[in-house]
Design a protein around this ligand. Sequence first.
Ligand code: SAM
Length: 285
Amino acid sequence: MDGLSNIGTIKEILSKHGFTFSKALGQNFLVNPSVCPRIAEQGNARKGFGIIEIGTGIGVLTNELAKRADKVVAIEIDSRLMPVLAETLSEHRNVKIINDDVMNVDLRQLIEEEFPGLEVAVCANLPYYITSPIIMMLLEKRLPVRTVTVMVQKEAAQRLCAPLGTRDAGAVTVAVRYFSEPELLFNVSRGSFMPSPNVDSCVVRFSLREETPPGVTDEAFFFKTVRAAFSQRRKTLANSAASGLGLPKSRVAEAIASAGLPESVRPEQLTMEQFIAFANALQDN
Ligand code: SAM
């Protein structure tokens, strides 16, 4: 539908369908016409690509994705939006809507069935209440996906994309960098949404790695160690990891030394290679 992201059109559609926003579902819809084309273009919505969208709202981004990509499969949890989407996306023959919680959808099977012969990318203006679980699910499943391009709250974007070894880094930063190369693309002000949230947003893109960093002997133990390391922020790695893993501090200190790190090191100072060396040393001793 033309002009779909104009605020007047959106208000008219919503009132026609008697739609009221659900705060619990993170429903802040985009009403700035310049944002969706940029997400679509920088998110690989182009010929040869199938796109998975998470959370359609009334379909403003879906519409831009469908204009550019070969096919779009969009997953939306709110059944009240189904009649709205039937109207707003009626001109597109390459869109399929799945009315479900994205966390319940088998995305590997979806990709196999819906996108044979196509490259795949994910694009979304994510519901903020579930941003990290969705991103981690997309990365950890090692799906055959080239990029994940999503709008998230600015603060979350800074943590997700922080370089390791800097103050903003956390357990999620290590996990994101293990599976992908993250990039901050552009900021979106709170006034671009209806209703307007209390914070600004940012579009980020994760380019998935073909191979994860070498040297991890046990992935589950590696991530358990990373989570423990950051479990008490601003404490030393020795204190935080010992309490997070329930191990004697002397054992953790030995692993820190054998990874070639100083005793007083803090978790946010470690590089990926140093986290890997520390986790392996901890497991060995
Ligand atoms: N893409 C639209 C836009 O930009 O205007 C809507 C974005 S809004 C921030 C998030 C959307 O995700 C809402 O439509 C909401 O109903 C949907 N949603 C929330 N939780 C979801 C879930 N677990 N699975 C699928 N969709 C979900």
